[in-house]
Design a binder for this molecule. Structure first.
Ligand SMILES: [Zn+2]
Length: 170
């Protein structure tokens, strides 16, 4: 049911990420985890993976799950927003180093999600998980819990915009 290859491709860190220990799924506390540091997806144990090669993510993941309180009445669909492509102005669609030879950039935007804002790139990926639901956050800076048929996880919200100009005038 759970396609671990799909999860690995979409939720693990990309090969150019210096955090090599996030490139592959790893096993923790009887589950298999895919994460790039901004999103954690947890599914049933897949024994072909091993423990994380670096201890760093372990306490973070354990803390998130130990603090989790689930109220069945408050799950809702994740808000999404289509991702547009922005033509690369350095090469005008030809493909160059700046745009990874794509000729365009993904136009990442913020999606309102309860009290927080999330990246549309992550929102759209999470929305592809079967029967995905989230707990709408009431704070703007805490990881957001989601679950789907076969697993669950957390998504970090985007850093809130700080109006420095307005703050200075105060
Ligand atoms: Zn380019």
């Amino acid at each position: 049911m759970i396609d671990i290859e799909y999860l690995r491709k979409n939720f693990c860190a990309t090969p150019d990420d210096p955090r090599f220990y996030l490139h592959e799924p790893f096993n923790l506390d009887g589950h298999t985890i895919c994460t790039d540091g901004a999103v954690f997806v947890r599914v049933g144990l897949d024994v072909k993976f091993t423990a994380c090669a670096n201890e760093k993510p372990v306490p973070i993941i354990r803390r998130l799950y130990s603090a989790l309180v689930i109220d069945e009445s408050i799950f809702t669909a994740i808000p999404t927003l289509p991702i547009r492509h922005k033509i690369c102005k350095y090469c005008d669609r030809e493909g160059c180093e700046t745009c990874n030879n794509l000729g365009y950039f993904l136009d990442q935007r913020r999606v309102k999600c309860g009290a927080a804002e999330i990246s549309n790139e992550y929102a759209n990926k999470i929305a592809t998980l079967f029967k995905c639901q989230i707990i709408l956050p009431i704070e703007n800076d805490k990881p957001i819990y989601f679950r789907f048929d076969g697993g669950d996880g957390f998504l970090m919200p985007m850093i809130p915009f700080i109006d420095t100009f307005a703050n200075k005038r105060r």
